[in-house]
Design a protein around this ligand. Structure first.
Ligand code: SAH
Length: 226
């Protein structure tokens, strides 16, 4: 029996390495260029972050439900946001993710950035992410249960901030927590409930520049923790 189980999980491991590589090839075809990001995505076992019933779909380039009305982000969007954060002269040393969800993007970030903080408002998901990440030995990743709208003052400023839920308006506290030369990428809804767009903010000294990028679909950034 024990042998049977062992053989089975080894089989899953091999298949998922191959399917993961195929996922990475698709990301490359869709325009992800940063080899560091592609390598990190090739190494994180995304199937461990979704429910077992959905594991066979884990390497499709789609968002999937993770319970409590939330989703695991689409791999292309994860790659795109991280690529945008890394795209600067000095690689970021400290990054904040808002919206841990199941912890997938946090695991990818922690392979690329020396110090990663990820904040989640739902206690249930915060705990699930902790369980999902247990086997991954990511000593440089801190998970926080709290409201990401206010950022994480005690660890600020950040060289990069990645927001994984769509805000109705620019979260001011997060703007203040971007380090000089740092970047923030977030999905924004616009004042009239328009379609969401990915927005890239860059700080140089006191000045902030804003670039509106791809249309995206994220769950909403909610207020307060629960
Ligand atoms: N980063 C995840 C995607 C999570 S979906 C991944 O790797 O797949 C977005 C998450 O943001 C949800 O879990 C939701 O509960 C969380 N969220 C929404 N509003 C928030 C807030 N104000 N602070 C922190 N997390 C928030």
């Amino acid at each position: 029996m024990a042998l049977e189980i062992k053989k089975k999980s080894a089989g899953i491991g091999m298949t998922s390495q191959r399917t993961r590589e195929r996922m990475v090839e698709r990301l490359r075809d869709k325009g992800i260029r940063d080899e560091r990001v592609l390598a990190a995505m090739a190494s994180v076992p995304r199937h461990l972050f979704v429910e077992e019933a959905l594991a066979s779909r884990a390497y499709e380039d789609t968002a999937l439900p993770i319970g409590l009305g939330q989703t695991i982000s689409q791999p292309f969007v994860v790659a795109r946001m991280i690529e945008l954060i890394l795209d600067r002269e000095k690689p970021p040393r400290k990054v904040l993710e808002v919206g841990t969800g199941c912890g997938y993007q946090a695991a990818v970030l922690a392979r690329l950035v020396p110090e990663v903080y990820s904040i989640e408002r739902l206690k249930g998901l915060h705990e699930r992410a902790r369980a999902n990440l247990l086997g991954q030995r990511l000593a440089n990743l801190r998970l926080v249960h709290g409201d990401g709208n206010v950022g994480l003052e005690k660890a600020a400023p950040f060289d990069g901030i990645v927001v994984a839920a769509a805000a109705p308006a620019m979260p001011e506290a997060l703007l203040r927590q971007i380090a000089p030369g740092g970047r923030m990428v977030l999905p924004l809804r616009g004042p009239h409930r328009e379609a969401q767009r990915l927005v890239l903010i860059e700080r140089s000294g006191r000045a902030l520049t804003e670039r509106v990028l791809d249309p995206v679909r994220f769950v909403p950034l909610e207020a307060g923790k629960a």
